[in-house]
Ligand binder design. Sequence first.
Ligand code: GUN
Ligand code: ZN
Length: 450
Amino acid sequence: MEPKTTLLGLRGCVIDAPEFGKLRAWRDGAVIIGDGRITEVGSFQFLGRKHRPQPIHWQQSDRAIIFPGLIDLHTHLPQYPVVARGRGQLLEWLHQHIYPKERGFTGKVSARESGEFFAELTRHGTTTAAVYTAIYEDSCDMAFEAAAASGMRIIMGQTMMDVGTYGTLQPRKILSVALLECERLCRKWHGEADGLLEYAFSPRFALACSERLMRSAGEMAREFGCHIQTHLAENREECERVRHLFSKSKDYTDVYDKAGLLGPKTILGHCVHLSPRERAELADTGTSIAHCPTANLYLSSGIMPLGEHLAAGIKVGLGSDVAAGPELNLWQVMRSAIESQKARSFYEQNVAVPSPAEALHLATQGAAAVLGKGDIIGSLDAGKEADITVMDLAALLPYGGAETKIEDLTPDDMLALCIYRGGPHAVLETFVRGHSLSHAHAHAAQVAHE
Ligand code: GUN
Ligand code: ZN
């Protein structure tokens, strides 16, 4: 007889957003996990009483709010220590603060920081992230080691740049060396950790890449079936320079199209300043957007027209874009996605301001769809892999909840509390494929110590 596997049952207020605009919730709900997957979801009254052949280990709390794991579609690992630095806009900020930090992201510095970064993401309730590293093979390799130890779902790549780069290689060697290194990293890591790790080809942006580099990145991504991530139309001066530099192209989006960088496996950060033609091109090619509202505000880049991009049929998820965004906290990014459209609505007509449920969708199921993983993660449907973030209601309430009638709070109230007051202080636990990440981090730290 097969040994009976013990199931894990999480009891709390269960909330997800499987469709844009719709919140689904069980006020006293339960999610049951077996073999890394969600086996059942529903009301505790029903699921708690049901008879099953396997025993259930219950984790119950009237303070727990159970969400699908949060997905960060755009962040820069080496930049985390220099968050909230500088007052200039994108190009000045990159040269003054970012390239100098990334230049030193090799050897011991990167070993230490890579080990800590994924624990930080987990502490913030993130279970999946698309990550840029620096231009070096050694530190990207170490970052993958750390990602593997973390148990998270990570899509990551070495940042590629061969124009105005910060390395010490002779300019004529940069491109061939970078392509070789990226291919080696891809062969080593793509699909590792039982498919939790994926390599992403990551040309920085058109101002830092030759056409040959961009074309080669696109070709390699297709050859290996990998994602591509880059930045598009974040800042007006950046767009202006691209227009001058690539005068044969129709516009910035066309530069990437000509290089073969657009398609369903491509995630474009920002897309603040796009023409209707460019928007249509992204929709036609199935290219997705990582919306980074905290970063767009921090660098005064502008407010991305979210409603217009969605109405065009473009898939959109959210990104912290650390260090342009000051926090890894996706609850704050959701808040910013709402509030930046609210600000637009004060001086523009017909602006669609996302609801908290819509913001949650962008950070979960919407982002999962961007990654082509909409059937695997993003919501709490039975059959999906159990990527889950559990929040602590008491940590979100004034006076720890002592002055609130918790039984009166609706799931909408709880979601709003997470979005307007959520952060690491209120994250109880995160799971990827049913494994608690806090435990994975404790184990990784112990192994590192031994
Ligand atoms: N554009 C090119 N590189 C970067 C970067 O590192 N951060 C942001 N926000 N924009 C970029
Ligand atoms: Zn970025």
